[in-house]
Design a binder for this molecule. Structure first.
Ligand SMILES: Cc1cc2nc3c(=O)[nH]c(=O)nc-3n(C[C@H](O)[C@H](O)[C@H](O)COP(=O)(O)OP(=O)(O)OC[C@H]3O[C@@H](n4cnc5c(N)ncnc54)[C@H](O)[C@@H]3O)c2cc1C
Length: 391
């Protein structure tokens, strides 16, 4: 069965690694020219770590060695805006996570597929399905990151466009999936009105709050920090997109530090250590859940199927799980795609949508400025968190 995967992000590469191991016929089209460069840090939670061993036996240990496992007995913190501890706890062994740079995880996944099967600089435009035949149209022409305008028929006569016959098409093309646009025609993702600023920094420190990481709930903003190594940290500040400090991108670090947020010194030190050119600014989006990610021989996975905000740190973990379950469903149903896709969605949908909903709720809860809502929020986070990372 010829499987065409669109997108060599985390989900697409994880699926490619499994198909490679199974000796399957697959090809991945990725619009970017390189695999390893972008993004900052990712947290792999127990559900994502379990998925790694289902991609390849022993892979979890490989990823853990390349990333960072926070030492046992190191507490994690929830802080108030002034740094006061709202909650401090040591994660149980079954709750421990591993952090890794996104680029490193992608590199490790890429190594597990055959290089010639990952077509870099190849942008998906559209597909055509008629009866049992499926054609996939791609171009190597540089057309920017927001594709769509070139999708004018007849593509088959455009000299810059190549077409491939496929038996299955998998849209692993992320938040603004072009495959989804054609498959479900349900518009773009929903803006949350929140913007995240983040980067990875080197910082020698002796603050215990940085050893195991923290979330800080400020007044109308939140800060997240997690170690990627003993002296390497990645941090993220989320603000309303209309916040004045976001207006002047070139002076973002200076403007963040110039304002009196009431932050403890460790937050100011992390941001001061950032190189302005490494700071990534992203407007956050998600979508409401819906039934049906698949039609005919086409399905979606990862952010294309269930784009979510980053507050629960589940986007990558859910994409890894999608890859494992989709590969297993395709493997056990052979050419019966309707049954394979139905199994895949049934297995994945509730869990992915719960992560989407919980992440959105936590994101807005973290932004609240109302004193009563903040008091209720702080009281709620004092209670041990409900396990959201088990599946
Ligand atoms: C550049 C980037 C940086 C990120 N950095 C972080 C981070 O620092 N921390 C974090 O927690 N999460 C980050 N994320 C999000 C996180 O990686 C995803 O939420 C998660 O991994 C889900 O994976 P995915 O495979 O569904 O989507 P993604 O990992 O987003 O991968 C989608 C891939 O599809 C490709 N693509 C899109 N459209 C087309 C097209 N038309 N044709 C061909 N290829 C296409 C994209 O270039 C991308 O490589 C980042 C995502 C991106 C794209």
């Amino acid at each position: 069965m010829r499987t065409v995967i669109i997108g060599a992000g985390i989900g697409g590469l994880a699926l490619a690694a499994i198909l490679q191991r199974n000796d399957a016929d697959y090809i991945v089209h990725e619009r970017r020219a390189h695999i390893t460069t972008e993004g900052s840090g990712l947290v792999l939670h127990p559900n994502g770590l379990d998925a790694l061993d289902r991609i390849e036996s022993g892979f979890r240990a490989v990823v853990t060695a390349a990333g960072y496992a926070i030492p046992d007995d190191t507490p994690t913190f929830v802080l108030a805006g002034d740094g006061a501890t709202i909650r401090e706890w040591v994660p149980a062994p079954s709750e421990r996570s591993v952090t890794i740079r996104r680029a490193e995880l992608r590199r490790l996944l890429h190594e597990r597929s055959e290089r010639t099967r990952i077509r870099l600089g190849s942008t998906f435009l559209q597909y055509a399905e008629s009866g049992s035949s499926l054609q996939v149209f791609v171009t190597e022409k540089r057309i920017g990151t927001r594709t769509g305008s070139l999708c004018q028929p007849p593509l088959s006569r455009d000299p810059d466009v190549q077409d491939f016959a496929a038996d299955v098409l998998i849209g692993a093309d992320g938040m603004r999936s072009v495959v989804r646009r054609q498959l479900l025609a349900d518009g773009g993702p929903r803006p949350m009105g929140l913007t995240s600023v983040r980067s990875v920094v080197r910082l020698v420190h002796d603050d215990p709050r940085l050893w195991g990481g923290f979330v800080l709930f400020g007044r109308g903003h939140q800060v997240f920090c997690s170690p990627l190594g003993p002296d390497i940290l990645y941090w993220d500040v989320t603000l309303r997109s209309s916040h004045p400090v976001l207006r002047e991108r070139v002076n973002l670090r200076r403007n963040l530090l110039a304002r009196d947020w009431g932050w403890p010194t460790c937050v100011r030190e992390i941001i001061a250590a950032a190189r302005p050119e490494d700071m990534i600014v992203t407007a956050l989006h998600d979508r409401p859940g819906r039934t049906g990610w698949s039609r005919g021989a086409v399905t979606l996975m990862g952010d294309a199927a269930h784009p979510m905000s980053p507050f629960l740190g589940q986007g990558t973990n859910q994409a890894l799980l999608d890859a494992v379950v989709l590969a297993e469903s395709l493997g056990s149903h052979g050419s019966d795609l309707a049954d394979a896709f139905s199994d895949y969605e049934t297995n994945r949908r509730d869990c992915a949508y719960r992560a989407m909903r919980d992440s959105r709720r936590i994101g807005f809860r973290g932004q609240t400025r109302n004193p009563l809502s903040r008091w209720l929020r702080d009281r709620a986070v004092r209670a041990p968190a409900r396990a959201v990372t088990s599946k």
